[in-house]
Design a protein around this ligand. Structure first.
Ligand code: NAP
Length: 442
């Protein structure tokens, strides 16, 4: 169930169609009657995120008084005096008590021990809201929640915890929390985003998870692209995973119902050892941008090259044409391989000429430094925008920039002026992502 947290009673009308329960943060405001909507009352102590400095005795007295309004739920810190908990449980048997634990610093290592320490026969739901210092922390909490034997609400807080807001129904959370607006400081999706982007109401324990992993991932439009396209019960999230965290994150991913991964820098090469099978295209390129989990196996493939070439060939067939690539990194490699497969005459230009020559030798094409003369019918840039490098552009050629942020790169701006056919990075993104969908949904 989705809980809308409000710190202002005026917001109640705005959340009615978006949430199942409203959490009234009674440390922010007072009420004298219960609104006509399922309610969860919370009067936090300061150390657990409350805004009011209030003596514990007085706080408990206020909670007891508030419960006379008969909310459906009341959040009470699990370490609250058990005598008080027993008294309110008996006095207000219709109010379901949520025993909560908040940690604004970290995710405790032993979550089983934590849950054990919170146990109280009067709690209906256990809320564990802890801060993730890494995606591994977030995944660890999600695995714990999915295996929990009691009714639980596991919330991973902080930047790394953001995907847990979507994973809640998949791991079996009794309650998930969201605000009216997306809150950057709380790293929380808005209620609207949970419904419109992630189709929250359709998510359940059978949903297959798909995720972009790598670092950075924030600017990727992957979640906006994939979520509306799935034909099966699926959700696509983004997880910031560094190379150091990959081993532990991959192990945890395998404990959750993942259907596949999109892989970005710096993990495209590093993920290979974790695969049970690598498709020939990814082997030839030496990089994986797509993982498919099927029949207990992790299968790696690469859709970058075919995606880029599909975008180019919507404008011009490459067979027999001169195709120049700027850059000799992972993306250049994927594009060079696929362009050769489709019969293009490929040349590679790079800041470090030796790297261009080395790649060219591998794929039987030619390699040069960036300052050498360049003739082509199709030009593909893979050099990141921070370089500010713009090569001489030949008029009326096809020019593609794989960079998709910013959309209008200096190269494409200059190419437009020379009547070139411009292909934006987002087109390559779309094509390679469509191929990922095909791989995942076979
Ligand atoms: P990479 O492996 O790090 O390669 C980067 C290349 O750029 C290298 O050849 C490097 O040259 C060159 N370079 C870097 N800084 C430079 C500078 N200041 N001046 C000149 N050359 C410079 O990166 P990648 O994985 O290929 O990714 C490249 C770009 O493609 C990224 O911006 C990524 O977001 C984008 N991308 C887009 C899509 C899409 O779907 N549109 C898909 C994949 C990647 P040296 O060899 O001399 O270091």
């Amino acid at each position: 169930m989705l809980v809308a947290s409000v710190t202002n009673l005026d917001d109640l009308d705005k959340i009615r169609d978006l949430a199942d329960i409203v959490e009234l943060r009674l440390d922010y405001f007072d009420i004298d009657r219960k609104p006509l909507f399922p309610c969860l009352f919370t009067l936090r102590k300061k150390e657990q995120g409350g805004v009011r400095e209030i003596l514990e005795k007085e706080r408990l007295a206020q909670i007891e008084k508030l419960l006379e309004l008969q909310p459906e739920y009341c959040d009470i810190e699990a370490d609250t005096d058990p005598v008080f908990i027993e008294r309110i449980a008996k006095k207000f048997p219709k109010v379901k008590l949520i025993g909560s634990y908040h940690n604004f610093q970290e995710t405790p290592q032993d979550l089983d021990a934590l849950l054990q320490s919170m146990k109280n026969p009067h709690f209906t739901i256990y809320k564990i809201a802890v801060t993730a210092q890494s995606s591994a922390d977030m995944l660890r909490l999600m695995v714990f929640a999915r295996n929990a034997k009691v009714s639980i609400s596991a919330i991973s807080m902080g930047e790394y915890g953001k995907p847990s807001r979507v994973l809640g129904p998949i791991v079996g959370n009794a309650l998930d929390y969201a605000g009216l607006e997306e809150d950057a400081s709380l790293h929380r999706y808005s209620l609207k985003a949970l419904h419109e982007v992630f189709h929250y109401r359709k998510l359940n324990r059978d949903t297959q998870i798909y995720a972009l992993i790598g670092d950075p991932v924030e600017q990727s439009p992957g979640h906006l692209f994939h979520n509306p396209r799935f034909k099966h019960n699926a959700a696509y999230i983004k997880m910031r995973v560094t190379a150091e965290e990959l081993p532990v994150c991959f192990e945890l991913i395998q404990k959750l119902p993942f259907g596949g991964l999109s892989v970005t820098i710096p993990l495209k090469e590093k993920i290979s050892p974790y695969m049970d099978e690598i498709k020939p295209i990814a082997k030839a390129i030496g990089a994986i941008n797509t993982v498919i989990f099927r029949s207990q196996k992790a299968i790696g493939t690469n859709t970058d090259g075919p995606g880029a070439l599909n975008a180019i060939e919507k404008r011009r067939k490459v067979h027999g044409k001169q195709l120049a690539i700027l850059g000799a990194g992972g993306t250049a490699r994927a594009i060079a391989y696929e362009a050769k497969q489709r019969g293009a005459i490929v040349s590679i230009y790079n800041r470090t000429p030796e790297r261009a020559k080395q790649l060219a030798a591998e794929f039987n094409c030619s390699g040069y430094g960036l300052d050498e003369p360049c003739s082509y019918e199709i030009l593909v840039n893979t050099i990141p925008p921070k370089s500010l490098f713009v090569p001489p552009i030949l008029p009326q050629t096809v020019v593609m920039d794989v960079v998709y942020y910013p959309r209008e790169t200096p190269l494409l701006k200059a190419a437009k002026k020379l009547a070139c056919q411009c292909i934006y990075g987002e087109e390559m993104f779309t094509e390679q992502a469509l191929l990922q969908q095909l791989e995942w949904c076979k």
